[in-house]
Structures are given as structure tokens and as C-alpha cells.
Design a protein around this ligand. Structure first.
Ligand SMILES: [Zn+2]
Length: 122
């Protein structure tokens, strides 16, 4: 049983990885289009480009997480929250196969990230 589940998770992660790679390729292709070198800040082409670049960065990060999850799946630790060691909700993994934290820990980590970035830097 457990082995079947792992095989399914690996399959799902590989599919997700492939889709992410396709999307990345498409976006990187879009970035190759020339932008008028005289374009001013706030020019729609530049704004669009910024957006695509942000998307590319997000997807690259996602790819890293997927690779990480794939390693976990091979080791049989996939779907276990990194922070508290509890199993991650299968519905959450279904929606976000690269998740490495359960919903509770994710919320805590995000809150901490917000707090620390808002804190004055000395
Ligand atoms: Zn957790």
C-alpha cells in the first residue's frame, strides 16, 4: 500500500515538474523579445516584462521545491511536515504537491517571515 502511494506521489511530482518546466520555457521565451531600449519606466512593455520575470522567479523556486519533494518521496518522507513531523493534509498535497509544511506550520512560518522583515534592521 505505502509503496503504491509513493509511486503515485512520484508520478504526480514528475508531472508537476514537467508542467513547471514547460511554463518556464514559455516565459523565458517571452523574455527574449526585444524591449525598446528607449522605453521609459512605467512603459507597458517594461511593466509586462517585470511581471514575467517575477513569474519566472516564482517558478524557479517552485522547481526547487518539487526537486526537494521528489527526493523526499524517494526516501519515503514525502508528505511529512518538515517542521512538526505531522503528516500534511492529502488535500493540500493534491493542490500543492511541492508543499513541505503542513498548513499550521506554513501559517506560523509566514507570520514569522512577516514579523522579521517588518522588524527594524540593526
Ligand atoms: Zn507542521
Amino acid at each position: 500500500m505505502a509503496r503504491d502511494r509513493t509511486a503515485m506521489q512520484l508520478e504526480r511530482l514528475k508531472q508537476e515538474r514537467e508542467q513547471t518546466l514547460l511554463e518556464l520555457g514559455r516565459l523565458r521565451e517571452a523574455l527574449k523579445t526585444e524591449v525598446d531600449p528607449d522605453a521609459d519606466e512605467g512603459d507597458p512593455d517594461l511593466v509586462e516584462r517585470e511581471k514575467v520575470m517575477a513569474l519566472v522567479q516564482g517558478l524557479e523556486r517552485k522547481l526547487e521545491l518539487i526537486d526537494y519533494a521528489l527526493r523526499q518521496a524517494r526516501e519515503g518522507t514525502y508528505g511529512i511536515c518538515e517542521r512538526c513531523g505531522e503528516p500534511i493534509d492529502p488535500a493540500r498535497l493534491e493542490a500543492m504537491p511541492e508543499a513541505t509544511l503542513c498548513i499550521k506550520c506554513k501559517a506560523i512560518v509566514e507570520r514569522q517571515a512577516r514579523v522579521s522583515s517588518a522588524a527594524p534592521q540593526f
